[in-house]
Design a protein. Structure first.
Length: 164
Protein backbone atom coordinates (compact mmCIF):
# COMPACT_ATOMS: atom_id res chain seq x y z
CA UNK A 1 0.00 0.00 0.00
CA UNK A 2 1.33 3.31 -0.89
CA UNK A 3 0.66 6.52 0.87
CA UNK A 4 1.22 10.06 -0.27
CA UNK A 5 2.47 12.64 2.13
CA UNK A 6 1.88 16.34 1.75
CA UNK A 7 3.73 19.02 3.64
CA UNK A 8 3.21 22.72 3.68
CA UNK A 9 6.00 25.18 4.26
CA UNK A 10 4.66 27.73 6.76
CA UNK A 11 6.76 30.50 5.25
CA UNK A 12 5.02 30.03 1.93
CA UNK A 13 1.57 29.27 3.31
CA UNK A 14 0.38 32.85 2.89
CA UNK A 15 2.27 33.47 -0.32
CA UNK A 16 -0.62 34.59 -2.43
CA UNK A 17 -0.09 36.70 -5.52
CA UNK A 18 -1.34 39.71 -3.56
CA UNK A 19 1.14 39.18 -0.70
CA UNK A 20 4.04 38.75 -3.14
CA UNK A 21 3.18 42.09 -4.76
CA UNK A 22 3.01 43.77 -1.34
CA UNK A 23 6.39 42.26 -0.41
CA UNK A 24 7.95 43.53 -3.64
CA UNK A 25 6.55 47.01 -3.01
CA UNK A 26 7.88 47.16 0.54
CA UNK A 27 11.42 46.06 -0.34
CA UNK A 28 12.58 49.50 -1.60
CA UNK A 29 11.30 51.09 1.61
CA UNK A 30 13.04 48.45 3.70
CA UNK A 31 16.28 48.94 1.77
CA UNK A 32 16.03 52.72 2.26
CA UNK A 33 15.53 52.29 6.00
CA UNK A 34 18.44 49.85 6.30
CA UNK A 35 20.71 52.13 4.26
CA UNK A 36 19.84 55.09 6.49
CA UNK A 37 20.49 53.08 9.65
CA UNK A 38 23.84 51.91 8.28
CA UNK A 39 24.81 55.49 7.46
CA UNK A 40 23.90 56.66 10.96
CA UNK A 41 25.87 53.80 12.52
CA UNK A 42 28.94 54.56 10.42
CA UNK A 43 28.72 58.27 11.20
CA UNK A 44 28.44 57.53 14.92
CA UNK A 45 31.63 55.47 14.73
CA UNK A 46 33.62 58.12 12.90
CA UNK A 47 35.71 60.26 15.27
CA UNK A 48 34.95 63.97 15.34
CA UNK A 49 37.68 66.51 14.54
CA UNK A 50 37.55 67.54 18.20
CA UNK A 51 38.09 64.02 19.51
CA UNK A 52 40.91 63.48 17.02
CA UNK A 53 42.53 66.71 18.21
CA UNK A 54 42.21 65.58 21.83
CA UNK A 55 44.03 62.37 20.92
CA UNK A 56 46.81 64.41 19.29
CA UNK A 57 47.05 66.73 22.31
CA UNK A 58 47.24 63.84 24.74
CA UNK A 59 49.89 62.08 22.65
CA UNK A 60 52.07 65.20 22.99
CA UNK A 61 51.47 65.28 26.74
CA UNK A 62 52.16 61.57 27.26
CA UNK A 63 55.35 61.82 25.21
CA UNK A 64 56.60 64.50 27.62
CA UNK A 65 55.47 62.64 30.75
CA UNK A 66 52.45 64.84 31.47
CA UNK A 67 49.03 63.49 32.48
CA UNK A 68 46.35 63.43 29.77
CA UNK A 69 43.76 66.18 29.54
CA UNK A 70 40.04 65.56 30.09
CA UNK A 71 37.52 67.29 27.81
CA UNK A 72 34.61 69.07 29.48
CA UNK A 73 31.36 70.20 27.86
CA UNK A 74 31.69 73.68 29.38
CA UNK A 75 35.12 74.25 27.85
CA UNK A 76 34.08 72.61 24.57
CA UNK A 77 31.23 75.14 24.27
CA UNK A 78 33.60 78.03 24.95
CA UNK A 79 36.15 76.76 22.42
CA UNK A 80 33.47 76.11 19.77
CA UNK A 81 32.00 79.61 20.21
CA UNK A 82 35.47 81.11 19.70
CA UNK A 83 36.13 78.94 16.63
CA UNK A 84 32.79 80.08 15.20
CA UNK A 85 33.63 83.77 15.86
CA UNK A 86 37.00 83.40 14.14
CA UNK A 87 35.41 81.65 11.15
CA UNK A 88 32.83 84.43 10.77
CA UNK A 89 35.63 87.03 10.72
CA UNK A 90 37.93 84.90 8.59
CA UNK A 91 40.93 85.30 10.91
CA UNK A 92 42.29 84.03 14.20
CA UNK A 93 42.28 85.96 17.45
CA UNK A 94 42.21 85.14 21.15
CA UNK A 95 39.11 85.48 23.31
CA UNK A 96 38.75 88.99 24.68
CA UNK A 97 37.71 87.61 28.10
CA UNK A 98 39.11 84.12 28.47
CA UNK A 99 37.51 83.52 31.87
CA UNK A 100 34.01 84.39 30.63
CA UNK A 101 31.77 81.33 30.65
CA UNK A 102 34.15 79.23 32.75
CA UNK A 103 32.69 78.17 36.08
CA UNK A 104 34.45 79.04 39.31
CA UNK A 105 37.12 76.85 40.78
CA UNK A 106 39.88 77.15 38.19
CA UNK A 107 43.36 78.37 39.09
CA UNK A 108 44.82 78.98 35.63
CA UNK A 109 43.49 79.18 32.10
CA UNK A 110 45.03 79.26 28.63
CA UNK A 111 43.98 79.26 24.99
CA UNK A 112 45.47 78.13 21.70
CA UNK A 113 44.01 79.33 18.40
CA UNK A 114 44.97 78.30 14.89
CA UNK A 115 43.76 78.17 11.33
CA UNK A 116 44.94 75.81 8.62
CA UNK A 117 43.72 73.51 5.89
CA UNK A 118 42.93 70.73 8.37
CA UNK A 119 42.85 69.96 12.08
CA UNK A 120 46.11 67.99 11.71
CA UNK A 121 47.83 70.94 10.02
CA UNK A 122 46.57 73.30 12.74
CA UNK A 123 47.85 70.94 15.45
CA UNK A 124 51.29 70.74 13.82
CA UNK A 125 51.44 74.56 13.64
CA UNK A 126 50.50 74.84 17.32
CA UNK A 127 53.13 72.29 18.30
CA UNK A 128 55.76 74.27 16.36
CA UNK A 129 54.94 77.47 18.28
CA UNK A 130 56.77 77.67 21.64
CA UNK A 131 53.93 79.51 23.44
CA UNK A 132 51.22 77.20 22.17
CA UNK A 133 53.32 74.12 22.84
CA UNK A 134 53.86 75.36 26.41
CA UNK A 135 50.08 75.37 26.93
CA UNK A 136 49.81 71.82 25.57
CA UNK A 137 52.41 70.38 27.93
CA UNK A 138 51.70 72.57 30.97
CA UNK A 139 51.32 70.01 33.79
CA UNK A 140 49.03 72.38 35.72
CA UNK A 141 46.33 72.07 33.05
CA UNK A 142 44.08 69.05 33.50
CA UNK A 143 40.95 70.01 31.52
CA UNK A 144 40.47 71.13 27.94
CA UNK A 145 37.78 72.23 25.57
CA UNK A 146 38.22 71.89 21.83
CA UNK A 147 36.30 73.71 19.12
CA UNK A 148 36.66 73.17 15.38
CA UNK A 149 34.85 75.13 12.68
CA UNK A 150 35.39 74.75 8.94
CA UNK A 151 34.40 77.60 6.67
CA UNK A 152 35.30 78.11 3.02
CA UNK A 153 37.90 75.35 3.18
CA UNK A 154 39.66 76.85 6.21
CA UNK A 155 39.75 74.97 9.52
CA UNK A 156 39.68 77.04 12.72
CA UNK A 157 40.83 75.27 15.87
CA UNK A 158 40.54 76.50 19.45
CA UNK A 159 41.87 74.73 22.55
CA UNK A 160 40.90 76.12 25.98
CA UNK A 161 42.96 74.79 28.91
CA UNK A 162 42.05 74.98 32.61
CA UNK A 163 43.61 73.92 35.88
CA UNK A 164 41.19 72.75 38.58
Amino acid sequence: MSSAMSTTNPSHASSTPESRVATRRSRPALIAVLTTLLGVALTACRPTPESTNLTDLNEVRVATGVVELVRTPELDAKAKAQADRMARRGTIFHSSNLASGVSAGWSSIGENVALAGSVDDAQRALEASPGHYANMVNPAFNQVGIGVTVRNGVTYVVQVFVSR
